[in-house]
Design a protein around this ligand. Sequence first.
Ligand code: LAC
Length: 230
Amino acid sequence: MAPPEKPDLKVLLFDAYGTLFDVDSLIAGCDQVFPGRGLEVCRLWRAKQLEYTQLLNMMGRFEDFWQVTSKALVFSCRSLNLECPPEVRDRLLESYFQVDAFSDVAPALEVLSRHYPLAILSNGTPKMLKVAVEHNGLQGFLTQIISASEVNSYKPNLQLYRWACQKLGHGPDGVGVVSANAWDVTGARAFGFWTTWVNRRGAPWEDLGFTPDVTVSSLVDLLPVLGLSL
Ligand code: LAC
């Protein structure tokens, strides 16, 4: 089979949590606070965090990602019968500032940044994103960090994708969205972006009428698709 034609992209736009940053790197911190329950807490925390952003979108409401992440943690602990006093909540929330990038991220961004402007489009707050980017030493690779807080609406609301195009100065066909979140790839594809799904764990695709243009198992695997190598 012939390889897919190289897309004519002007800029690459990365999702943050789950794509650049490994939210599972927070499990260890959760496990210190709740011995033996870290994985469970962390997974429910993440699921609720995403669910709350989508509920707020549907209601036309907005609370920033820090608040949403805090409320998701408090609920998760309550539903697992774990005590989460404010000092524990704040300590775990602040671990979002130290979230680790996946190991393939820095080497891939290093190469990609020599050929494309790279930006982040994330539901995270500007502060959460800036601190996590700097914690992982990625700031030199990125030209912009675009946050849902700028339009008070979360992905996959098309309003936020539209805002990203405005900030990047390119229409959707010149923008390559790279995300490990299938719901985000679906939204981005529905908007008209060229999309890459980063499927590091071999998950099944969630079919809501759109498919990614390319699926890769790490960011490094995106390089040959764009005619590049390490
Ligand atoms: C992001 C999360 C929600 O937008 O994956 O970075």
